[in-house]
Design a protein around this ligand. Structure first.
Ligand code: PBG
Ligand code: ZN
Length: 332
């Protein structure tokens, strides 16, 4: 018998196959959700690069169709849609218009690719002239969003998205009681089978900066800290989860993802529910910028960032790298 005095971890790191065999975390196409920005424009060939998100575009309906056609061929299974309306108003009416841009995009996609999962982001900030995620009282310049009055508009938006054929409704507004309001309205309209994927844990994060360029949705006054969560809080995430579970959400999003991996783990350990994490625009842009400068290895850092999010406990990942990872064969 040999005396065993120390742990030889390197024995299992000797060959690629051995390393893969004991790897605890794997990524697959089924994990990935790709966000798209679709613009209501008469210019069918509109394809505008988003400066702060290299490789991402604002797309006309037609260009979105082309983009999704390529992505589906690569194995993409789920998309998350954001709309940019032709005009904005204080009540964000473009969000719940029957022929709103997200509603039209949803109809187009479901008609051509019935199996592709369409998740519609539900919020008013892309549609309101003031850029807040809900209603603001007339003359208010502090940016205080009226909670309960906003719920009615969110409910209308959810029903119109479901009507258009959305497979999953994803509210990202952070109003209190919205999951209950949405569930009630969807059920009443006959959409009791449409799941709600709630952005249950959404921090007031500076990592959303590039997204607000992409969606043309920065608040014109005030900020989102009276409805999104304080980055210093972890226990509050548990209360938000509890509330959304009680109100009837089916799936849950934590956002941002990378800088909040502790929150993903905490929530995963406490709640046995389908969990997604959103690798947001700023996380995307940081990696792109450093890679463009030659400071990091693009592929390696993308894969490590996605692996970290999955390892932390997210079952699904919303990432702007989804299509690239499939195209390059990094994920199958
Ligand atoms: C809208 C919304 C935002 C994001 C997703 N939905 C922006 C915000 O709350 O300001 C951010 C996504 C990203 O940064 O990629 N409420
Ligand atoms: Zn919003």
């Amino acid at each position: 018998m040999t005396e065993c005095s120390f742990h030889r971890g390197r024995r299992l790191r000797r060959t690629p196959i051995l390393r893969e065999m004991i790897c605890e975390t794997s990524l697959s196409a089924a994990d990935l959700i790709m966000p798209y920005f679709v613009v209501d424009t008469p210019d069918a060939s509109f394809r505008q690069p988003i400066a702060s998100m290299p490789g991402q575009f604002q797309l006309s309906l037609k260009e979105l169709e082309k983009e999704i056609s390529r992505a589906v061929a690569l194995g993409l299974r789920a998309v998350l849609l954001f709309g940019i309306p032709a005009s904005k108003d204080p009540a964000g009416s473009g969000a719940y218009a029957r022929d709103g841009i997200v509603q039209r995009a949803t109809r187009m996609i479901k008609q051509r690719w019935p199996e592709l999962l369409v998740i519609t982001d539900l919020c008013l900030c892309e549609y309101t002239s003031h850029g807040h995620c809900g209603l603001i009282a007339d003359g208010d310049k502090t940016g205080h969003v009226l909670n309960d009055a906003t719920l009615d508009l969110l409910a209308r938006t959810a029903v119109s998205q479901a009507e258009a054929g959305a497979d999953i409704i994803a509210p990202s507004d952070m109003m209190d009681g919205r999951v209950l309001a949405l569930r009630t309205a969807l059920d009443k309209a006959g959409y009791e089978e449409t799941p709600i994927m709630s952005y249950a844990v959404k921090y007031a994060s500076a990592y959303y900066g590039p997204f607000r360029d992409a969606a043309e949705s920065p608040p014109h006054f005030g900020d989102r800290r009276t409805y999104q969560m304080d980055p210093g809080n972890a226990l509050e995430a548990l209360r938000e989860m509890e509330a959304d579970i009680t109100e009837g959400a089916d799936m849950f999003i934590i956002k941002p993802a990378g800088p909040y991996q502790d929150i993903i783990r905490l929530v995963r350990d406490r709640f046995d529910v389908p969990l997604a994490a959103y690798q947001v625009s700023g996380e995307y842009s940081l990696i792109c910028a450093a890679a463009q400068n030659g400071w990091i290895d693009r592929k390696a850092v993308i894969m490590e960032s996605l692996t970290g999010i999955k390892r932390a406990g997210a079952r699904m990942i919303i990432s702007y790298f989804s299509v690239e990872a499939l195209r390059e064969g990094w994920i199958h």
